[in-house]
Ligand binder design. Structure first.
Ligand SMILES: Cc1ncc(C[n+]2csc(CCOP(=O)(O)OP(=O)(O)O)c2C)c(N)n1
Length: 269
């Protein structure tokens, strides 16, 4: 897929996020919209995967560690063919395969149940170690929230991943500068975050997390790094793509009303 096609696809994913959340009447628009471009690049361009065979042993793995961004993942899974697109509108309904946070026992293509923040990097590290032990060449990708990395377990995993020289592991930090209670810097600051990951033995790249070209280039660079994992610090905007949600942390965990949905969809068309 070309860059302009990925940009269009990301827009389509954003439209679905808005529609799903408005229909569900609850969920997390801000942090879903901020990581869309990263996940879209992975599913539509980068990853080796087969939606008709989700358990294929040689597939690349993806974990959305910030599980509350589930609508972005679900839209990518549906649009690549893991399940019918119509199912997206059942988000958060009883008996739906699409619960509020990703659940690997319900949803084809979901590699790991997430939502309890802080755990995804540990699981990704385990998968990457497993790949090395099995002499497989699959790669493991994980998206972390910037607030999420305040969890201590993230740093335990960070230490382990560099100790085991996991160059098959690429993490993204969705650096939208907000967490549930406001600006990261006012809650528990994470700066200097690049130096922190470097000191943990990671290769660190910094990009604009909404520019498809930069995302793809960073992933290519990460593939060439030998002997250590790569952290891609992706500068993003919470609520990206919808003017009245951008940088507006009120939309962390509040779904758009029907009227807001219509305005958002107009902007995204
Ligand atoms: C262990 C744990 N503690 C608290 C929560 C509640 N929670 C959900 S989203 C969120 C904020 C996370 O911030 P960040 O990782 O920056 O996500 P983003 O701003 O990108 O949505 C919190 C605290 C949770 N899901 N898991």
């Amino acid at each position: 897929m070309e860059i302009y096609e990925l940009e269009e696809k990301a827009k389509e994913v954003r439209r679905w996020i808005i529609k799903m959340l408005a229909e569900a009447g609850s969920g997390h628009p801000g942090g879903s919209l901020s990581c869309v471009d990263l996940i879209t690049c992975l599913y539509f361009k980068v990853m080796r995967h087969d939606p008709k065979n989700p358990k294929w042993q040689d597939r690349d793995r993806f974990i959305l560690s910030k599980g509350h961004g589930a609508p972005a993942l679900y839209a990518c899974l549906a649009l690549t063919g893991y399940f019918e697109v119509e199912r997206l509108m059942t988000l958060r309904k009883l008996d739906s395969i699409l619960q509020g946070h990703p659940d690997m026992s319900f949803t084809p293509g979901v590699e790991m149940s997430t939502g309890s923040l802080g755990q995804g990097l540990s699981v990704a590290t385990g998968m990457a170690i497993s790949g090395k032990l099995d002499k497989k060449d699959y790669r493991v990708y994980v998206v972390l929230g910037d607030g999420e990395i305040q969890e201590g377990q993230i740093w335990e995993a960070g230490m382990a991943a560099s100790h085991y020289r996991l160059d098959n592991l690429t993490a993204f930090m969705d650096y939208n500068r907000f967490q549930i209670d406001g600006l990261i810097e006012n809650v528990i600051g994470i700066e200097p975050v690049v130096d922190k990951w470097k000191s943990f033995g990671w290769e660190v790249l910094e990009i604009d997390g909404h520019r498809i070209r930069e995302i793809l280039d960073a992933i290519d660079t990460a593939k060439r790094v030998k002997g250590r994992p790569t952290m891609i610090i992706a500068h993003t905007v919470k609520g990206k793509g919808v003017s009245f949600m951008e940088g507006e942390n009120r939309f962390h965990g509040v779904a758009p009303t029907k009227e807001e949905r219509d305005r958002a969809l107009q902007e995204l068309t």
